[in-house]
Design a protein around this ligand. Structure first.
Ligand code: HEM
Length: 491
């Protein structure tokens, strides 16, 4: 593996932990800068299709997985593709993932990567910052995500999931994706922000505005660069203003009443201190709260949906989960230890779902200095992406990559996977901070649902996957609700 020479400003232990300067919100200026940077690059990019090709660009935007796997076959783990105006370097497989996430992580910045258009909504949240400032904020936030703190959210998850399931009737058809999305939003409002999801002025309003803001990232790139009245951008800005109003009002209300350090994640962020006693300002708390909402929402929703989709097509796996539930829960509600990973069969099914459909499928970065990734030279300033989705489908790492085979995550087999092979939650100093929260939510919803119902795929319907900004079933996922039935596997 080639050593990376990271410039002094990246290496210094005394690098100030300051908020980064604001980004330029003009998409056009960014395009011009990218083109200029590429023209100035002296070192060659890794091999791959780098010509301007509208068809490939459209396919990359709509369905990138086949192109990424084809390029891996043809060029190896590190290759380039031109998407839109710019060259992107892709780095797939265990060695490249480990290098970007762990061993050379400081050479790869998130903020400068290709997902910069999230910054106008998220601000300087954990996801979009790097270096000393990232380390400081992460240190302050980590205690809020410790096991005991997350356990406090379990009651909310169980109560909300049970209430949402009470409304189902056997025989009816539900869009499971939209159902899970509403449920996850209610859980986030209560457990992350402490807002009442039924209050039209706060929780319900915030949920509505948040979805409106997110819809910007699902629109075509060509429309996203437009500005002015009626554009998707103007809707994003209006939704952001409304969200800011609600969030700042809540932050100030709690500070004024001294309601900090308790109940929900927002309360913990308001009270959290660094080693030197410093705390997060109101703006910092706002940016972190918005980031947690964003990073946790569609990821948990999609994972629940993909798990239910796979179980509907693998009745033996479903039956095995029923047997496990009968043995370990005996018809009662799941306790905290079950929701913390104490249902091993469910755990394997969940791991396999996250292998096939890791919702945060791309890790966008920019190389600070020229480097070698898995033995391939990459120029300074290159946009570099790792991709869990493509990495999890490499046949040399996961045989029969398209098959849903939970037993590949039996504990001893999972432990034997090479470093960097399985990265649904990223890795290293940027490992998903909400991993425990998300896993607990998915386990709670899946367990309660499978105890009461069985979901049946609609005949003749196939699922296709949309990938912007995270993986989700394109157009939702309609399924028929049935009684759970017995735990016996079909013949
Ligand atoms: C199934 C659920 C989830 C999955 C698969 C997932 C996946 C990921 C991945 C892959 C990353 C790293 C991205 C990168 O390397 O560029 C990440 C980061 C992050 N996630 Fe999650 N996530 C999930 C749930 C959540 C939840 C529930 C929250 C919040 C409550 C959350 C908050 C975050 C944050 C703040 C980061 C940035 C961490 C940092 O850079 O220090 N995630 N997540």
């Amino acid at each position: 593996m080639g050593a990376v020479r990271v410039p002094e400003r990246q290496r210094s232990a005394r690098e100030p932990a300051r908020r980064p300067p604001p980004i330029d919100e003009s998409a056009w200026r960014r395009i011009v800068r990218d083109v200029r940077d590429e023209l100035r690059t002296r070192e060659p990019f890794p091999p791959g299709p780098k010509d301007l090709d509208l068809r490939r660009t459209l396919q990359m935007v709509r369905d990138p997985l086949p192109i990424l796997l084809e390029c891996y076959e043809r060029y190896g783990p590190v290759f380039s593709t031109r998407i839109m105006h710019g060259v992107n370097v892709w780095a797939l497989g265990p060695e490249a993932n480990h290098q970007i996430l762990v061993s050379d992580a400081r050479n790869f910045l998130w903020r400068e990567g290709s997902f910069g258009d999230l910054i106008p909504l998220l601000g300087d949240g954990l996801l979009t910052i790097d270096g000393a400032y990232h380390r400081r904020v992460r240190r302050i936030m980590l205690p809020a995500f410790h096991r005991e703190q997350i356990a406090g959210a379990a009651d909310t998850m169980v109560a909300e999931a049970s209430a949402a399931l009470d409304r189902w009737r056997p025989g009816e058809t539900v869009d499971v994706y939209h159902w899970a999305r509403n449920l996850a939003m209610r859980i986030a409002m209560r457990a992350l922000l402490g807002l009442d999801p039924d209050d039209g002025d706060t929780g319900r309003r915030a949920a509505h505005e948040f979805e409106r803001a997110l819809s910007f990232y699902g629109t075509d790139f060509a429309l996203r660069v437009l500005r002015g009245p009626g554009s998707p951008w103007s809707r994003l800005v209006a939704a952001r203003a409304e969200l800011d109003r609600i969030l700042y009002a809540e932050i100030r209300r709690r500070r004024a009443r001294g309601e900090v350090g308790e109940g929900d994640i927002l309360g913990m962020l308001l009270a959290a201190t660094d080693e030197d006693g410093s705390t997060l300002t109101d703006e910092e708390v706002r940016d972190q709260a918005m980031t947690l909402m964003f990073a946790g929402h569609d990821t948990s929703t999609s994972t629940i949906t993909f798990l239910l989709h796979e179980l509907a097509h693998h009745p033996h796996e479903l039956a095995a989960l029923h047997v496990e539930q009968d043995e370990l829960l005996g018809g009662g509600p799941p306790a905290i230890e079950h929701l913390a990973g104490g249902l091993p069969r469910l755990e394997m099914a969940l791991d396999e779902t996250l292998r096939l459909y890791p919702p945060a499928w791309i890790g966008p970065r920019r190389a600070v200095a020229a480097c070698e990734i898995a033995g391939v030279r990459v120029p300074a300033n290159a946009y570099v992406n790792y991709s869990s989705w493509a990495s999890h489908r490499l046949p040399d790492v996961f045989p029969e990559p398209e098959a849903f085979l939970p037993e590949r995550f039996a504990p001893e087999r999972k432990a034997a996977l090479p470093k960097g092979a399985y990265v649904p939650f990223g890795g290293g100093s940027r490992t998903c901070i909400g991993m425990r929260f998300g896993q607990m939510e998915i386990r709670a919803v899946a367990t309660l649902l499978l105890q009461r119902y069985r979901l049946e795929a609609l005949p003749g319907r196939t699922m296709s996957v949309r990938q912007m900004p995270t993986l989700s079933p394109r157009g939702g996922l309609r399924m028929t609700v049935r009684e759970r039935g017995t735990g016996a596997a079909p013949a």
